[in-house]
Design a protein around this ligand. Structure first.
Ligand code: HGY
Ligand code: MN
Ligand code: MN
Length: 421
């Protein structure tokens, strides 16, 4: 596999794309699925394996690794000036149940590649450099998403996070304990002066425009809701159509209504992604359905309108079918703007690496959206094949990974230079 080496600001500070790629493929084994994706749910045994691997790789570089009370991992490489707070590089190692090899993990392992490059060249940064693995970015097992970075940013409480349960009733706190990652360090103790997050775009724009890097200026607003549709279980053979209280029919109309809310507020998006039908028996009219709603839009005021439209539609469906529909919002992450001085460093880093780039906002949620509340933060994107993500077919070229990690190194060192003058 031929790698293009991208030029850098400092002749000897070039990341090693082969090493990065090898680490991506090595850690992809932790939860590998038959289709070549990764199933590494937060705080699962597979998550423990990748956490242990990450801790070992950082400690091998002489970094101090700490774990806080929500399982967030912080690896720190000292700089020349201990009086400066670290410059952080963060993302996540957990995945969706049918996730890909790059979502989140490219950001953490590119941070590790930065540490490895500094270590092998003996380059001394001014500020310490920190790499962070944020727990439960995905929110697939324990809702909401970005849970532990949300606690770190003060948007959610530690108690709320610890009490979250998966669909089997297992708590976040119990799983932290079970895999040995319920750190004794209170969350928030580890401070940093800025955070960069490298992530795959998870959308089609960079590939379509043949750009190597996304210089990200912010994240769209996101809201999650939980809906319970209640009807009445009854016999599918003996219950006339006009006398049914069919919860699954109510759910079906809800799904269509939510889709229409998205279609009428483009470029907003609206999705029902999780559904549980009870009793889920062929010859029982369903009595209860649990489903989730995910609404997103770059403009919070439009998101308000989308929420209002959903809340107008559900009672109408309930009335028509003589059923009950209960809805509650469980998460609200407002639209975020990133720090201009960090965005400028990413742009500078891309130019220094000779990478084409475009300015963009993020459709997907990321830990950076919360961290931007407590420290100057920004992101950079690499393209992904067909814009596909949250899919086992997620694919990124080795050269794209290498180029993005090089831009990350350039941006972090550029920031380190600017703040230390
Ligand atoms: O939901 C999201 O946007 C992220 O992938 N957790
Ligand atoms: Mn992600
Ligand atoms: Mn994701």
């Amino acid at each position: 596999m031929e790698f293009i080496r991208v030029p850098t600001l400092q002749p000897n500070l070039t990341i090693n794309p082969e090493r990065l790629w090898d680490s991506l493929m090595e850690t992809a084994e932790f939860g590998r699925t038959a289709k070549g994706g990764i199933n590494r749910l937060t705080l699962s045994d597979e998550d423990k394996r990748v956490r242990d691997w990450f801790r070992g790789a950082c400690e091998k570089l002489g970094c101090a690794v700490t774990v806080d009370s929500c399982g967030n991992m912080f690896a720190v490489r000292p700089g020349k000036r201990a009086d400066l707070l670290p410059v952080a590089i963060g993302s996540h190692l957990d995945t969706q149940p049918t996730g890909g090899k790059f979502d989140g993990v490219l950001g953490v392992l590119s941070g590790l590649e930065v540490l490895r490059t500094l270590h092998e060249t003996g380059y001394e940064s001014n500020a310490p450099i920190m790499v962070v693995n944020w727990t439960n970015e995905e929110g697939s097992r324990f809702a909401p998403a970005m849970l532990a970075s949300g606690v770190y940013a003060g948007a959610l409480t530690e108690e709320f996070a610890h009490s979250r349960t998966d669909r089997n009733g297992v708590t976040f706190a119990a799983e932290l304990e079970r895999i040995g990652y319920k750190g004794t360090e209170p969350i928030g103790v580890q401070k940093f002066q800025a955070m960069f997050e490298l992530h795959i775009e998870q959308g089609p724009i960079l590939e379509a425009e043949k750009k190597m890097i996304g210089v990200v200026t912010g994240v769209q607003g996101m809201r999650w809701y939980e809906v319970t549709v209640r009807g009445q279980e009854s016999h599918t053979g003996a219950t006339p159509m006009g006398l049914r209280k069919n919860a699954l029919l109510g759910a079906a109309r809800t799904i269509e209504a939510i889709h229409q809310v998205g279609m009428s507020h483009l470029p907003g998006v609206a999705t029902v992604g999780l559904i549980e039908n009870k009793p889920n028996s062929r010859n029982v009219v369903p009595g209860e359905v649990f489903l989730t709603i995910d609404l997103r839009h770059p403009d919070d005021a439009v998101l308000d309108q989308m929420e209002a439209d959903c809340r107008a539609a559900l009672p109408q469906i309930a009335k028509e079918l003589d059923i009950d529909i209960e809805e509650k919002r469980i998460w609200n992450s407002p639209a975020v703007k990133f720090a201009p001085q960090l965005i400028e460093c990413v742009r500078h880093g891309a130019e220094a690496a000779g990478c084409s780039y475009r300015i963009m906002t993020s459709g997907a949620g990321h830990d950076a959206a919360y961290i931007a509340r407590v420290a100057p933060t920004t992101m950079l994107f690499s393209p992904c094949l067909g814009g596909l993500s949250h899919n086992e077919g997620e694919s990124v070229e080795p050269q794209e990974c290498g180029a993005a990690a090089q831009v990350l190194l350039n941006a972090v060192l550029e920031y380190d230079r600017r703040v230390s003058q």
